[in-house]
Design a protein. Sequence first.
Length: 202
Amino acid sequence: MLLSIHPVNPQPRLVKQVADCLRNGGIIIYPTDTIYGLGCDINHPAAIERICRIKNIDVKKAQLSFICRDLSHLSDYTKSIDTPVYRVLKACLPGPYTFILPASKQVPRMLKSKKETVGLRIPNNVICQAILEELDNPILSASLPGEMVEEYTNPEVIYETFGKIVDFVIDGGPGGIIPSTVIDCTTDDMTMIRQGLGEWAA
């Protein structure tokens, strides 16, 4: 189903509909502050496996990140963050960044890397924030399968392409084509792994 949600004033009834879908193990395609992404409730292993099948990747080798509502929510899923790293997170988030951090015990096993790390995001997107608030759980953040093409900025084209294999495609207006900037915070020096939309000065 293609669901049009207002990008500035999300309709509570529609937001609840999406959150209920996620609670029941559903999969959505949703807008962020970068690109449209595939998502599910991180506490539904079957839904995570379904997304990995859609993307044609091995769930055991997949490096999947997820989005949180705010910094306090993010801190539930990572081990204690030292002050310099916290300052960077506070300065950059919400924003177009994914931070690789040491995973806490609350992160589902299948979302941890072999190094016990996890990728975390707080997108600067009103629809994301509304869904996370209603769901009260993080949402998986995975790119759409295949090459990122210009057409994937249009939610109607996304629906035509993927509508039959997901439960909801959220139309939150035109999306972007540049993904988030990925920063590894697990070493003494924070290292940029991927240059994306977010500016990064080491």
